[in-house]
Design a protein around this ligand. Sequence first.
Ligand code: GLA
Length: 384
Amino acid sequence: MSIIIEQFKKTYGKSPVAVSRAPGRLEILGNHTDYNQGLVLSAAVAQSTEFAIAPVSGKKCTLCDFRDGSRVEFNLDEIDQAKPGDWSNYVKGMIVGLRKRGIEVGAFEGAILSTVPLSAGMSSSAALEVSAGFAFSAAFGIDLPKSDWARIGQGVENNYLGVSTGLLDQFSSIFGHHNALILSDFRTVEVLKTVNLHEGYVLVVANSMVKHNLVDSEYNTRRKDCESAAAKIGMVVKSVKALRDVTPDMLERNAHLLTRQEYRRALHIVGENDRVLRGVAFLEQGAIEEFGKLLFESHRSSIENFENSCPELDFLVEQAKSIPGCLGARLSGGGFGGISIHLVAEAESDSYCQRIATAFKLQTGKDAEMIKCAIGEGASVEKL
Ligand code: GLA
């Protein structure tokens, strides 16, 4: 935090009134289940975005990104529409979202400093939204329940940027627990429990370096397929409101109602919800090998049913099966590129990272970014 404060002073010639911090997140199990009102096992990571802020008079806001030195200015009266390719959209979208609730954010000078890898699948955008929201809360005295901040962040993606993402990213950034995974229910929108990862194991991220662009990707059509599958089954089984309510048996009995594509999409979601529950039980029993197998199963389902993987991710996950020390691996997040996560014995993690990076380079000619991920605490803000 001290670095951002020092740089803020140099840039603006004054101290910020508050500095917030919001982490990126890893989806451990439960792929695309959030918008199907399902279950997800996720974690906040140690990498985070800090947001320093000082209110100013007038309408003009200034924002600096200390990571790349870029600077953006905007007028509070001219932010109704997102500007294509502008990183400050995530901040402006929060202001617009608050406005819709009748809450005004005043002008400010702000700065961000982030260690969350960009466009990789670790939710750098959610980290920025949440850090901005928490900074506004302290600087302008906005008092809202934490889950509302997550929803306002999701609204930036859904309404301001036009991507129909669920609540997972913002929720995990806010409710993450230091050193524990969180099991979240996206029907009741709550953390059901925290679950410890077995001692001696770490989560390694292998970034495929394939940049996903959710806006242009098939994310929205995946969501539509899931919703239409749930609606069709719901015509026959009245208790079904979302794929969350569909059991594996029920899906098979009603498969004839669905197109082949809807069936496969639904199979992924129903399978993922089930894997989350089995995964939590395995972790609680200390059955870490069994837990690892579920990660491989999840990835197979992404390939075969949800079709949200890509050759680079498949290669990374295949490598995990032959390099010693790894118990399981899968793509994590939206897919179509981005990251894979690998559950690796800590003692072997350095050589594991090296070997997988070498194999990836030979195969693709690209350098895979390898990150040993510590599990971090959810977002916070400090008034100075
Ligand atoms: C992206 C979305 C999340 C979630 C995941 C897939 O990260 O932002 O809401 O749907 O993909 O689980």
